[in-house]
Design a protein around this ligand. Structure first.
Ligand SMILES: Nc1ncnc2c1ncn2[C@@H]1O[C@H](COP(=O)(O)OP(=O)(O)OP(=O)(O)O)[C@@H](O)[C@H]1O
Ligand SMILES: [Mg+2]
Length: 462
């Protein structure tokens, strides 16, 4: 193939790829600059294409340009987040990667790919803002928010009480706490109780689930961001700064990318943070409570959790027993949930029958206390004027128990036809999400024709 053909292919490729692309040659002259990049940087393509990079972007200091870094130092920059004001004053955030192209030991070009993540960024900012508003110390006259204390933690079981005692002692100290408990065992309850019983109770309690955010955002959320290589930058404090003087709950810490875990470790050892893209060291004063819902041992073995970070955080170890190992607490828990949901639904259920209690005790509770509470809640809401809940009120959801019956099908709940339709809908929904709404790809994955899929989606109103 001729060089000209290659050029044309590259040109067309950069135009359909849907990402912003900027390529400069060895002398820094722009050879590819597509529409996406022009719209991202709010420039005109003509002002950049064919021009020396330094001329077109004279306002950017050379040492901050990732393209120059790639060209002159042969160094890649991967997934750098930048927040800046474009020339219309709109704040945009991009995620950029820049790599040098090397041939026979010579850098012959540099490629930059950029993605506009302004929308995702604004979503994460909203999360931060909501967290701050919801969880800052109560002001008089403000509606009460859900907040837990040790008195909300019900349980007399021997193992449970030991854990509770340990947590109460931990509340009096400032040491990091590592909580391990299966889903629904009360990790959040423990974490809040520890915070609100300690010296930091009048300072913020902030929580971040490490599994809930894409990797590139989590770092900025935790440590904050500072201006990128452009003018008019915007700075933003992360959770570490916002929780200053208080407590930061890091839920599912094993979902945090491995690299970020080592960064977190450094922060905890040195007691200061540096915002993403920033140069200043900012001292921090935050108590860390971390949680996992699988055993730390297996998480370390599988490489999800860094051993060194675990040792740094595991100064106080709270291991909450699952409900199936403390069934002696079941009647107590049931009573308290009856009371709570009577109030909520305006019912007068006083107790559960022996048969109902037996049924409750025979379940294994993969969803732990949350699952039990849901069962009681729906039983209370089903009750009419009865004062005693019987077996028929107690409905144990199949969603929690995979082994209940074939595929969780219960003929009492739905006809086979309904059940199959429901299954189909869920599979379609998942495939569409997995394939980011791309019908062709979803159809290929499912092994059906595109038209068939389209037809089905319409039928389910998806
Ligand atoms: N010891 C307890 N006494 C009373 N209620 C409890 C207890 N433990 C948990 N709960 C209730 O169970 C529910 C789940 O608790 P929580 O959210 O703290 O669990 P979690 O371990 O954080 O779960 P996940 O891993 O899913 O985040 C809450 O509604 C809470 O009120
Ligand atoms: Mg939780």
């Amino acid at each position: 193939m001729k060089a000209k053909d290659y050029q044309k292919i590259l040109h067309d490729l950069s135009n359909i790829i849907g990402e912003a692309v900027h390529v400069v040659d060895a002398r820094g002259k722009t050879i590819i600059y597509n529409e996406e990049m022009a719209s991202l940087e709010k420039t005109n393509r003509e002002d950049v294409l064919g021009k020396p990079f330094r001329e077109a972007f004279s306002s950017i200091p050379l040492e901050e340009s990732t393209l120059c870094r790639a060209l002159q130092q042969n160094k890649p920059t991967i997934h750098q987040q930048q927040t800046y004001l474009n020339k219309y004053g709109k704040e945009i955030t991009t995620l950029n990667s820049t790599i040098p192209v090397e041939v026979d030991g010579q850098v012959i070009a540099a490629i930059e790919i950029g993605k506009d993540i302004t929308e995702i960024k604004s979503m994460s900012d909203t999360i931060l803002k909501l967290q701050r508003e919801n969880l800052k110390p109560e002001e008089p006259g403000k509606p009460e928010i859900k907040r837990y204390n040790f008195k909300n933690l019900i349980g007399e079981n021997r193992d449970f009480k030991q854990v509770l005692e340990l947590a109460k002692r931990a509340a009096k100290t400032d040491a990091p706490v590592f909580i391990y408990g299966e889903t629904g065992t009360g990790k959040e309850l423990f974490a809040q109780s520890i915070h609100f019983a300690g010296q930091r109770k009048d300072k913020p309690f902030l929580a971040q689930n490490c599994a809930a955010l894409p990797e590139s955002l989590l770092e900025g959320i935790l440590f904050g961001t500072e201006k990128g290589g452009f003018t008019g930058a915007v700075d933003r404090a992360g959770l570490f700064e916002q929780a200053s003087g208080g407590t930061l709950l890091l839920d599912e810490i094993s979902a945090m990318p491995y690299e970020l875990q080592s960064k977190l470790l450094r922060v905890l050892q040195e007691d200061y943070i540096r915002r993403v893209g920033g140069k200043k060291d900012i001292p921090i004063d935050v108590r860390i409570i971390a949680t996992v819902n699988e055993s730390p041992k297996s998480l370390i073995e599988s490489g999800a959790l860094r051993k060194d970070l675990y040792y740094r955080l595991n100064i106080v170890n709270i291991t909450i027993p699952p409900l199936r190992e403390r069934l002696d607490d079941l009647p107590r828990l049931v009573d308290s949930f009856l009371e709570k949901h009577n109030r909520k639904y305006g019912k007068e259920v006083w107790m559960v029958s022996d048969g109902a209690l037996e049924k409750l005790k025979n379940h294994s509770y993969p969803g732990n206390i949350r699952e039990l509470e849901n069962i009681i809640m729906s039983a209370v809401s089903l009750a009419d004027r009865e004062h005693v809940l019987t077996e028929t009120h107690i409905r144990i959801q199949d969603a929690y128990t995979e082994s209940a019956s074939a595929f969780g099908y219960d003929p009492k709940e739905a006809s086979l036809d309904e059940f199959l339709k429901n299954c189909e809908e869920q599979i379609l929904r998942k495939s569409m999400v997995d394939n980011e709404g791309n019908i062709s790809r979803a159809a290929k994955e499912l092994g059906i024709k595109r038209q068939t899929l389209q037809h089905k989606l319409k039928r389910f109103g998806l």
